[in-house]
Design a protein around this ligand. Structure first.
Ligand SMILES: NC(=O)c1ccc[n+]([C@@H]2O[C@H](COP(=O)([O-])OP(=O)(O)OC[C@H]3O[C@@H](n4cnc5c(N)ncnc54)[C@H](OP(=O)(O)O)[C@@H]3O)[C@@H](O)[C@H]2O)c1
Length: 247
């Protein structure tokens, strides 16, 4: 066993994964725990959160559930207070809304931007300066293929995901000179609880690989971006979309 591995065993690095009670976030939490991170499993649903924690612990890992509503600025600040010393932050939590533009009401529009964009902004505002002060850290934001191409019915959701790509570049400019890497991943369609499976399947047929992804395929890329293997990668928006945005 290497010395580095021994160090990690006695002082595990901590990762906060928002939205880790389901879908991509849950797969990321399991993968990062497998990579020896102590994982803060965030979400709203305590039962599903505890289930993720239980799976991690029974596999020999370390995890704890933290509940917070990403749509609430007060809750996001409490999450910062609980997770301020995280070495890795995965801004994954959020939701999508697809439908004709005139059918999106103001409250849902505001909730989309609060949960998907504002929460990530204030988590980074609270956590990245501490990473910078320690001289390192890795932040991964969940953008989307939907933030790069025009999808009928996806105007507002796509805009939230385009925001995350833009924030990623600005935060890399702001924090990477202090050693904090900031990247985004832009998945294509992924089978999770977050979207209608028929929509995901039909979007999958528009990709070069002619299928949607499993959450584990996205978690692998996020775990790479979190790891020292990605030591020269910052400010990037990594497509994991079966080639959809390449053509
Ligand atoms: N699935 C796709 O095709 C796809 C493609 C590209 C990008 N993405 C992005 O990937 C991320 C995860 O998506 P997913 O498909 O895995 O979704 P999912 O299965 O619906 O899971 C969403 C997670 O976010 C949490 N969450 C949502 N709103 C929240 C809020 N207001 N406060 C606290 N937690 C909240 C949920 O927690 P609770 O259930 O505990 O409330 C859940 O853990 C999202 O940012 C999404 O935009 C997904």
């Amino acid at each position: 066993m290497s010395e580095q591995r021994l160090d990690l065993d006695s002082h595990p690095q901590t990762a906060l994964v928002t939205g880790a009670t389901s879908g991509i976030g849950r797969a990321v939490a399991l993968k990062l725990a497998d990579d020896r991170f102590a994982v803060l499993v965030h979400g709203r649903d305590a039962a599903r959160g505890e289930q993720t924690v239980k799976e991690i612990v029974s596999a020999g890992g370390q995890a704890r559930f933290v509940a917070a509503d990403l749509g609430s600025a007060v809750d996001v600040q409490r999450l910062v207070d609980e997770a301020g010393d995280a070495d890795v932050l995965v801004n994954n939590g959020g939701f999508s809304w697809f439908g004709p533009t005139p059918e999106l009401d103001v409250d849902t529009f505001d909730a989309l931007f609060a949960s998907n964009v504002r929460s990530a902004y204030f988590l980074v505002a609270g956590i990245a300066p501490k990473m910078a002060a320690r001289g390192g850290g890795s932040i991964i934001n969940l953008s989307s293929m939907a933030g790069q191409i025009g999808l009928a019915g996806g105007a507002a959701y796509g805009a939230t995901k385009a925001c995350l790509a833009s924030l990623t570049r600005s935060w890399a400019a702001e924090f990477s000179p202090s050693g904090v890497r900031v990247n985004a991943i832009a998945p294509g369609p992924v089978y999770t609880g977050g979207s209608d499976p028929a929509l995901i399947e039909s979007l999958g047929t528009t990709t070069l690989l002619d299928r949607a992804a499993g959450p584990e395929e996205i978690a692998e890329v996020i775990a790479f971006l979190a790891s020292p293997k990605a030591s020269y990668v910052t400010g990037a928006v990594v497509a994991a979309d079966g080639g959809r945005t390449a053509v």
